[in-house]
Write a protein that binds this ligand. Sequence first.
Ligand code: UN1
Length: 511
Amino acid sequence: MSQQTGTQPHQHYIAGEWTDGSGSETFASENPATGETLAEFQRGTADDVDAALEAAESAFEEWRGLSYIDRAEYLWDIYHELRERHEELGEIVSQECGKEISEGKADVTEAWHMVEWAAGNARHPHGDVVPSEVANKDAYMRRKPRGVIGCVTPWNFPVAIPFWHMAIALVEGNTVVWKPAEQTPWCGQIIAEMFEDSGIPEGVFNMIQGYGDAGAAITDDERVDTVLFTGSAEVGQEIASKVGGEPGKLAACEMGGKNGIIVTEEADLDIAVHSAIMSSFKTTGQRCVSSERLIVHEDLYDEFKERFVEIAEDVAVGDPLEESTFMGPAIEAEHVEKIEKHNELARKEGADVLVDRFELEDGEIPDGHEDGHWVGPFVYEIEYDTDLRCLKEECFGPHVALLEYSGDIEDAVEIHNDTPYGLAGAIVSEDYRQINYFRDRAEIGLAYANLPCIGAEVQLPFGGVKKSGNGYPSAREAIEAVTERTAWTMNNSKDIEMAQGLSADILTRED
Ligand code: UN1
């Protein structure tokens, strides 16, 4: 963090200036692996959001007037900075959100991939030439920026997801007011410094640090034309329903999942176990694409269970900065409590618990990390029943159910689809017919075969169906959310000729 010295709380970035804003409260960023305070931040108020929106609104006309390519230049600067500071930023991500170091670095890599996509796309066509019924008409689909984009991003990808939203919004000619997650304001601070370093015109990019009240002040404001939200289903649904009632405003929300992996009787077990472990425990189960349901055919069930349980008993939980760690801590104390409640719910509903490392053993917690928010894998088996809440509600932790099924792929997909969510999922099978059935019938936005259901690349659409969202947040689809289309038709003739055979004759009383 470079803009301040001493121990003053870090500030908001509004209209090209660092400012304390109008609030008197501050909040701390905490290292979830140690409980230590990393830095203090100003807590944004509705007045701060108001100032940021005003700045974004006044900067819009000039910014939209630049060419795509000129706008992208600012993003290219950030791209280079992300790459040059890869190691350093990866460590900061790991320190602030507890992901193990390869994941901390991958977060930064995913960020520059998105910036590269958005800035590179500035030189690609942005519309269509569309045929007209009338030979003398030229018709096009052209895009315009929508205006001010309000971005609210989660802590689990504190560098990548902000760029999913903002890189595209900005290159397309919009201005931005962004609230980073309150758990990862340090990453927010660094990203804001990068925008400052890039020399982006004042007011084009604005950042308010704070909590949900500041986020709501952004998303509720009528000056915001599009809300880009990635986070919990509860908040996302509230935003989507409020915004849905406001004509002309759009909310693109990407929320959680109760993701599943199907292991059929035709599966390669090595791939099945590997994919399931990655999907359930990477990021300590705190990806919206993490898997909490493993739907396994009876022919392979016992062997799969034995192998999965053996590894789940053993995955290395520990200091996220150590390369030997597989799983870091949970993000915060309240989240550990939430995970515990989900574990309890499964038990109450009749789960047979196979692995319970919720309380880690003393030796597992690294020295100096006693105040971290530690939690280990929880694996249970339960007979599938549509009324079980534990199979429907997202835990967002290393909590996973083993479900045995019999019958065909149709039966497995029926269980798979029996959740209100529809984000990610995978099938493990060597039979292409089963794979293709899953591809076509699984109710999800991100579907994988013979792979984990985590780890999507930025150039693909990302997003879900059902309660998981409306499928917008990254790459081409995000462009839909931050631009308006114009159908632009021009006549090359001096005569007016209409489509659909409509007469262009003007008849008067004399005719
Ligand atoms: C999230 O899970 O919250 O597909 C985002 C992935 C990452 C993004 C995940 N590229 O796992």
